[in-house]
Design a protein around this ligand. Sequence first.
Ligand SMILES: Nc1nc2c(ncn2[C@@H]2O[C@H](COP(=O)(O)OP(=O)(O)OP(=O)(O)O)[C@@H](O)[C@H]2O)c(=O)[nH]1
Ligand SMILES: [Mg+2]
Length: 325
Amino acid sequence: MRVDVDRLLSLASQGKLRALGRLLTLVEHPGPQALQVLAKVAPRAGNAQVIGFTGIPGAGKSTLVSRVITHLRRRGYKVAVIAIDPSSPYSGGSIMGDRLRMQEHAADPGVFIRSIPTRGLKGGLSMAALAMIEVFDALGYEKIVIETVGVGQSEVDVAHAAHTIVVVTMPGAGDDIQMLKAGVMEIGDIYVVNKSDKPEANKTAAYLQFALEKEGIGRGEGWAPRLVKTSAVLGQGVDKLVDAIEEHWEYLKKSGVAAKRLTSRRILLAKLMAEAMLSKSLEEVINETKSELEEVFKENVTAAFTLSHELARRAAERLLKEIKT
Ligand SMILES: Nc1nc2c(ncn2[C@@H]2O[C@H](COP(=O)(O)OP(=O)(O)OP(=O)(O)O)[C@@H](O)[C@H]2O)c(=O)[nH]1
Ligand SMILES: [Mg+2]
């Protein structure tokens, strides 16, 4: 089906949310149409702060993000939220657990919440999230918040692409250095002890402070990671957290790190897009030559494995032909 990208873009720029939703769907799937959208939006993008929320399952990320949105709105920002939720099955536009928690923002035209399915996306969820960032950014969303659980490799990719990583822990769960040294937890810019309405919160905060100072936890690059205590349910500490997010953004812009992160985010997106396109043509080649391949394996299993060269060549040729036409 042919889609008029220019028309969608112009509608989305006028605030038509359906058009924005369709643009997001287009860039989720790798291929010529996604590239066409990205090529059109990229020149307008590059201004938004991308904020990744990650951490322990159940630490209160969604509740906290919802509070953070309220504060960002009060400060006048347009906010987009990308929720990567492995626990909730996604069915086009249905309401998920995380969305439910954010439903207080449903009536606010300055907030757009989008969930990414963790299954069934050819290019993977990192590619989808990174492509969506470009669209939101181009359409004037100044703060783009991504919630992930921070365990899989693709989530580490997404986190690296964020300007600011907020790692959310809770009392009792953050007293293990080994856990903090795993994946995204290790590279936070801001650490949050949420549920600080609980009695053990001070102990966890003290421990975390120690880890930040003595264990070299944090992404670094000239920024000493901050520690903030919050209670998302009571709404405490959220203003301080948003202050820290803003300070980090100012620091990134002044130091030139923001521009570097923008570039590496885009290189990563281009790489993921290229990978997805190559793997698609490889799959097609394999599907179409299945019987031929089976014959080779029957005749000579040694030679069979040198087939990789041949398959790569055919896949590349096919892609080249597609790109030219
Ligand atoms: N006591 C207390 N409970 C909280 C706080 N924040 C969140 N919760 C509760 O913790 C539970 C999990 O909250 P979520 O916001 O869903 O946590 P999450 O980190 O997004 O969870 P996943 O996305 O499933 O990993 C819910 O029952 C919240 O009501 C808090 O500050 N204090
Ligand atoms: Mg959540």
